[in-house]
Design a protein around this ligand. Sequence first.
Ligand SMILES: [Zn+2]
Length: 729
Amino acid sequence: MMNLTKQAGVLLGITAMAIFSTGNHVNKYSYYRMHSQIKNQTPVADPIAAKNPLLAKWTGPYGGIPPFNVVEVSHFKPALEAGMEENLAEIDKIASMQQAPDFENTIAALEHTGQTLDRVQKIYGIWSGNMSGPEFQTVEREMAPKLAAFSDKITQNEKLFKRIEAVYNSPEKQKLSAEQQRLAWYYHNLFVRSGAKLDADAKVRLSQINQKLAGLFTRFGQNVLADETDQMLVLEKENDLEGLPQSLKDAAAGDAAGKKLQGKWVISNTRSSVDPFLTFSARRDLREKAWKMFVNRGDNGGEHDNNAVISEILQLRAERARLLGYATHAHWRLENTMAKTPENALALLEAVWTPAVARVREEVTDMQTLANKEGASITIEPWDYRFYQEKVRKARYDLDQNEVKPYLQLEKLREGIFWVAGELFNFNFSPATNVPVYHPDVRVWEVTDKITKRHIGLWYFDPYARKGKRSGAWMNSYRDQERMDGETTTIVSNNSNFVKGKPGEPVLISWDDAETMFHEFGHALHGLSSNVTYPSLSGTAVVRDYVEFPSQLLEHWLSTPEVLQRFALHFQTGKPIPQDLVNRIERAATFNEGFATTEYLSSALIDMKLHLSTAPKIDADAFERETLASLGMPKELVMRHRTPQFNHVFSGDGYSAGYYSYLWSDVLTADAFGAFTEAGGPYDKTVAARLRKNVFSVGNTIDPVEGYRGFRGRDAKIDALMKKRGFPK
Ligand SMILES: [Zn+2]
């Protein structure tokens, strides 16, 4: 397949921690050297592999597996360059072919190209997200513009486009299968949207813009990372720890020791450190410090400030959209999505905004009342929100996060998601040994069909935080299912940032993190269920505002009694979570939804409005301030991702004018779960089979609107979403 703009690269959860995704290869992040013990486990015999193992075909079991054991950072640049060269030669061969264009010699032929580069980029993307460091970042800064220029060389190849267009417009197209017709549409659309119809001057300018943007995206992400790495809150003495649970104190002490600050405690400038601190620290002065540090990432002046970078990105995107014939970047981005237009997306965001803000007012009143009752004599500020929200939760629902955690063991929940996959899709997971991994923490499972025993794919699990791995949780595809030349099976991973326990001790996670596990596993199941012919249409390669639907849907299975009774087991007693505690969790399900929805919506609205603006030059700081004021943003909270740190939107094009996608998908999610509850419940086999057939297995071979209708028998309604979030209709 060609290595152009595949929609779904890295997919992340909205429920917890960072929600962040870009394409596969423009990320960054700190610092890590590969453990020497996992290098060079197997001797290299193949002459190409001996020169640069990244260029070799994947060998070994399961139709070949990624050779993680032999990768060196120094391999990437030459491998990417060789991969691009090979791909361009393949393209040239198709473009200059004498035979008249038809589906096989043009469209299907394109699907066969770029396989070496694809393999290299998959591993390059994994290093970017999981194994980054200064040496790797230097390669990224150099390669990002080159990869952008390479993409443009293909989509601007006039002879090639003429062939694609001929196939697309040919009456012969009607004789093709539905999937083949969709693939012809996909290529034609991709090329047109990438400027294939522009004149020569416009093409040159477009390519300049794309290369400049690629460099700016890399810089944006590396700037955020620098502030996350370089800044921290150092706690000097015991009474700085007031209110923190022991687990948090231990983590902060461990963090400090790692930074050669023995005897002190460190709160890192990342969400997974700052949010728990804001939730539990009784020291208001320190909460304020931590909050300000975190929300100002990328906005501190100096060499890592992102404001000028944003301004330039927006200007270039607007120019590119105009060149391509669209009113704004948002119109260009949304053209093929389910929402279709920015106006449709905005209408949804705005419909939910008003009830969400109204709920924030209620939440603030509750918190203020409680603070007054305690004699705190404060006015609730943003650094108080999580702290008092936790107190209100305890007072109103008798629910303490620390009471739930002992029942949520990482490994038991992993068994739980396997069990759910078995019930819904007949998947069986068994450990795959002798598969090389890029870090000793990574484990691999083989997925087979429970009944037919057919091999389905591999699932890699990389659960723990480490230096050089970006924050948050995500799913990656290492290889997409397809059957152009025999069956190629799926390889996917789930990655997250849990803090590793002491040896032999179970890792306990929060309810939110457990939901995120189910979410990311939903993306993995989407990839593993794929049943298509052509790789460009495979698995999670669907439009952005549909791709979060399968993953968000899976979150619903965590709270089913079947999962909780079997897998939410106390780490000491082994007893299942008591029903009384489950009831309290359920009663509190929509608690604090005002905060969660408003912090998300404010980011989604700013993203969309920034990309709808036609102003010649945008001052990001002023734009954010003025837009939030005009929306009536409550002063007690802040955007989930402020503009200068909004990696989704500015470290790649992936989620630009696309952050609304989470809410769009959640409308489908809430509505879709109703199909189960209206039938025999979450494990209804008929509904599960319908879900697999119309949604999980079809990839991008059909229009998602049709896929959803096939599953639900109608279009989604917003009612279920409003109910799920506890808002009036
Ligand atoms: Zn996701």
